[in-house]
Design a protein around this ligand. Sequence first.
Ligand code: NAP
Ligand code: ZN
Length: 347
Amino acid sequence: MSVVSAFAAPAEGAPLERTTVTRRDPGPLDVVIDIVFAGICHSDIHTVRGDWGPQQYPLTPGHEIAGIVSAVGDEVTRFAVGDRVGVGCLVNSCGQCDACRRGLEQHCRERAVGTYGAVDRDGTITQGGYSQQVVVTEAFVLRIPDSIPLDRAAPLLCAGITTYSPLRHWNVGPGSRVAVVGLGGLGHMGVQIAHALGAEVTVLSQTLSKKDVGLRLGADRYLATSDPETFRSLRHSFDVILNTVSAPLDFSAYLRLLDIDGTMVCVGLPPEPMSVDVAQLIGGRRSLAGSNIGGIAETQEMLDFCAEHGIAAEIEVIGAADINVAYERVLASDVRFRFVIDAATFA
Ligand code: NAP
Ligand code: ZN
């Protein structure tokens, strides 16, 4: 076992502080990764603050991991020391059930093991990427294409796949009219990916303050949801609405913006339940759906797609000492568009 520097929340809602985590000795199929960058996902904040239920503390978050392989187990075939790799939200699953066999490890019938705060298959609690090193079984390690810098690649491991997967599942392509609600970490990836897939993309943001960069990222239109005229002018305008908002929304107002057979896909996961006016589903035969990250093969497909299209996250690199300030800025929607922690500063 090795003890490595990390940052963890010591208790629910408490500021993160420097600590250590223990990493297992690599088994035959394990890959040891020296972490270089770790993204800050809004899910990290929801989790350490108890928004989604009680956790075991101290808890080291981080599921947007980019690094370099520093050792491999005897039976590892796909990775070698020096490879550029990533780890996302999953580090294990049963591998046997129908969901795993279909590449839907996130929906494993037995139990998908999250990268932090989850009971691993060996009974330990997983600890995430705000640390210097992680040990992950090779089936859950991704290859980062050479053309994507590691800092801009890290957020793809969650924000990238969480937006790519639903856009692909709901067949977004040339001719699709897509709205992305919320231009944060997920939203700014959703805009770039939907644009690269050939869709006509509209951003629905609380204000117009990020309009310039939204258009540069590939949006065709950018409207403020604080303006009631937005909801009047866009009725029946979209085939797919990708909701990335971390807070409750008035679903009915957004469902009215869908055309016949349109789908609103929620990836944002606020703590509170939300209500729906079913009349807005019946009228227009509309659907309200959800989507959870993506499987491992699809995550590799997304990384390769991003490389091919010259897409990566827009980031602000910070030191570990600034994690708590960064959390407050994410909560205030004051991030363009992902904070990425330089793992050298965990020490
Ligand atoms: P983020 O960077 O904070 O972005 C969320 C965006 O939502 C903000 O930038 C803001 O966009 C908008 N927003 C925030 N509060 C709002 C409010 N009260 N009303 C309207 N809009 C508001 O967060 P993120 O990392 O992208 O994550 C977004 C959500 O997705 C979180 O709930 C996270 O836990 C969840 N998530 C889900 C999955 C999954 O697999 N389903 C994976 C990762 C994350 P504007 O400033 O443009 O208005
Ligand atoms: Zn995430």
